[in-house]
Design a protein around this ligand. Structure first.
Ligand SMILES: [Zn+2]
Length: 299
C-alpha cells in the first residue's frame, strides 16, 4: 500500500503497531504505517468497512445541556472563526461531518449566514431543521442546491476519518465558490504531545482516525485536485493531555479522571505555550485561472 497523500511507499511503524481503541474500547485493533516522504501516518491497510467503529461514538448522541456547554467551551478550539471572514449578502457555510450540529448552532445568531450541516450518519438525516440551519445526509441535495455557492466549507475533526479523502475533496470543490475557503482541522501527528504519547495519544483515536496528514503531505495531495493551502495554524486542544494521560494510566479513557484534569488543562492552555499545540488547521482555496495568471505574471 502507498501513501494516500503523496503516493510514496509507506513503512509499518513499530510505535503504532497493534493500537487499541483507548477511547471507546471497541475490540478492533489496528496498525499504522509512516510515509517517509511526507510523514503522513495512515492505517495499513485502510479498513473497508468503518461504520462499526462509530456505534458508541458520543459525537452522534444527544447531550446533557451542561455537557454541551463544556464541549462548546473547550471542544471547539481551533474551529473556523467565521466572524473574521468577509461576510457579504447571503453567506453559505457547509459544516461537513456536522455531528450534533453544535458548531452551526454557535453561528445561528448571525442571520446573514445560510448554515448547512452535512453528516453521513442517518441519525442526523432525520433531525429537524432549525432557524437558518438545514441538516442533511444527502450529497445530492448539496450538489443540486449549492454547486459553486459555498463560501466556507468546514471539516472539524472530520478529514482524518475519511477513507476516500480525494473523492470527498473533489465533491467539495464543486460546491465551493471560486473565492471560497475549505477549513480543515485535524490532530497534528508532528506535535510534541503526539510524539510523547504515541499510540496512547488521544489524537490518534484508533481505529476511527484512518490517517493523520502533515502540511507537506496535504500540499502534495491538494495540487492535482485544484487546491492550494493559504493558511496553516496550530491550536491547543484542552481534551488532549487529560485523555492521553488517562489512557496511559488506566489503559482506557476514564471519564472521572478526565473531568478532574480538564480544568487544569484549560488553565494550561491559557499560558499559550506553542509546543503544547496538538491540533492544526488548514485554510484551502481553489486554484483558479486568475491565480495561475497572477503567479505567472509575478514570476
Ligand atoms: Zn506521503
Amino acid at each position: 500500500m502507498n501513501c494516500l497523500f503523496c503516493g510514496d511507499e509507506i513503512e509499518n511503524d513499530p510505535n503504532y503497531s497493534d493500537c487499541r481503541d483507548y477511547y471507546l474500547q471497541s475490540p478492533t485493533i489496528v496498525s499504522y504505517a509512516h510515509c517517509k516522504k511526507c510523514n503522513n501516518l495512515q492505517q495499513n491497510p485502510i479498513p473497508k468497512n468503518i461504520d462499526s467503529f462509530y456505534h458508541a461514538y458520543p459525537i452522534h448522541k444527544k447531550k446533557h445541556p451542561l455537557f454541551s456547554m463544556i464541549r462548546n467551551f473547550v471542544g471547539q478550539s481551533g474551529y473556523c472563526d467565521v466572524k473574521n471572514k468577509f461576510i457579504q449578502g447571503n453567506f453559505v457555510v457547509i459544516d461537513y461531518g456536522c455531528g450534533d450540529g453544535s458548531y452551526l448552532r454557535s453561528l445561528q445568531k448571525n442571520k446573514k449566514l445560510i448554515l448547512i450541516g452535512y453528516d453521513k450518519f442517518k441519525s442526523w438525516s432525520t433531525r429537524e431543521n432549525e432557524t437558518n440551519i438545514i441538516f442533511t445526509s444527502d450529497k445530492f441535495f448539496l450538489k443540486n442546491n449549492f454547486k459553486n455557492k459555498a463560501n466556507i466549507i468546514t471539516l472539524h475533526h472530520v478529514f482524518e476519518h475519511l477513507p476516500n479523502p480525494a473523492e470527498v475533496m473533489t465533491e467539495l470543490r464543486s460546491l465551493l465558490a471560486d473565492d471560497g475557503i475549505i477549513y480543515i482541522l485535524i490532530p497534528s501527528i508532528e506535535s510534541l504531545i503526539a510524539s510523547k504519547f504515541k499510540k496512547r495519544w488521544h489524537g490518534l483515536d484508533a481505529p476511527r482516525h484512518l490517517h493523520l496528514v502533515t502540511e507537506r503531505g496535504l500540499r502534495i495531495f491538494l495540487a492535482p485536485l485544484g487546491f492550494f493551502i493559504t493558511k496553516t495554524e496550530k491550536h491547543y486542544f484542552s481534551n488532549d493531555i487529560p485523555a492521553s494521560i488517562s489512557s496511559l494510566l488506566f489503559g482506557k479513557f476514564n471519564n472521572i479522571f478526565f473531568y478532574m484534569l480538564l480544568p487544569i488543562s484549560i488553565l494550561f492552555g491559557w499560558a499559550k505555550i506553542k509546543t503544547t499545540r496538538s491540533i492544526i488547521s488548514f485554510e484551502i482555496k481553489k486554484i483558479t485561472t486568475d491565480k495561475i495568471l497572477r503567479d505567472n505574471l509575478t514570476c
